[in-house]
Design a protein around this ligand. Structure first.
Ligand SMILES: [Zn+2]
Ligand SMILES: [Zn+2]
Length: 211
């Protein structure tokens, strides 16, 4: 999961009236495509949830899905809200598929919070809660990992391969900074692998007391 900042809202979203219009209208009108393109750009081409770089087989944008962070079925008033939209991967076992219409108030929003404050990479390339987190933030990580399927088999395989490559590179170059500058999937999570925190008494998620 990777933090990102949205640019200004695409003007076409203002054409729609939530509760009156359906999202399918924005898809038909081409507004959903504009939204998707702007999100993909601000997310630097990575799925904001699983950090895979989707590569569509039917054109450069076919591997993407516009996800309603708060599902439009439960939050119809946010159907056209720019701050509720996130581009996620649209692969066979994609993130939107895992999330579906589910939502939990504890779900980490990568556009509003920094996932680095919450997530760490475990020894078997699984995503785990950072050990310094308080109980409440740890629960939020568990909900996020489960709801988005962040430890699904395909991702574990890719992460393990990336870890192996990176460790080999670090070994041969003995220059960790240069290695981490190499753009690749899961680069942020790999950076976490080497993360050392010197203030373990404070929860990095909420700033509260860790204990
Ligand atoms: Zn994804
Ligand atoms: Zn906390």
């Amino acid at each position: 999961m990777h933090a990102f900042k949205r640019g200004p809202s695409p003007g076409c979203l203002a054409r729609y009236e939530p509760l009156r219009d359906l999202w399918s209208r924005a898809v038909q009108d081409g507004c959903a495509r504009i939204v998707r393109e702007q999100l993909v750009e601000s997310q630097h081409g990575y799925c904001a949830y699983c950090e895979v770089r989707p590569s569509g087989t039917r054109g450069p944008n076919s591997g993407w899905h516009v996800d309603h962070f708060r599902p439009k079925s439960s939050f119809p008033s946010l159907a056209f809200s720019w701050h509720n939209l996130i581009a996620s991967c649209q692969l066979s076992d994609h993130c939107g598929n895992f999330k579906g219409d589910r939502f939990d108030a504890g779900l980490i929003d990568p556009s509003a919070e920094n996932p680095h404050d919450f997530l760490a990479l475990g020894g078997s390339a699984d995503i785990i809660a950072r050990p310094e987190l308080c109980a409440r933030c740890t629960k939020r990580v568990n909900v996020t990992v489960e709801m988005l399927g962040l430890n699904r088999a395909r991702l574990l395989i890719r992460r393990r391969a990336s870890m192996k490559e990176l460790l080999a590179l670090a070994d041969s170059q003995q220059n960790l900074d240069a290695c981490l500058a190499v753009p690749r999937d899961f680069r942020t999570l790999l950076a976490n692998l080497f993360h050392m925190d010197d203030s373990p008494t404070q929860c990095p998620g909420c700033g509260g007391n860790s204990t």
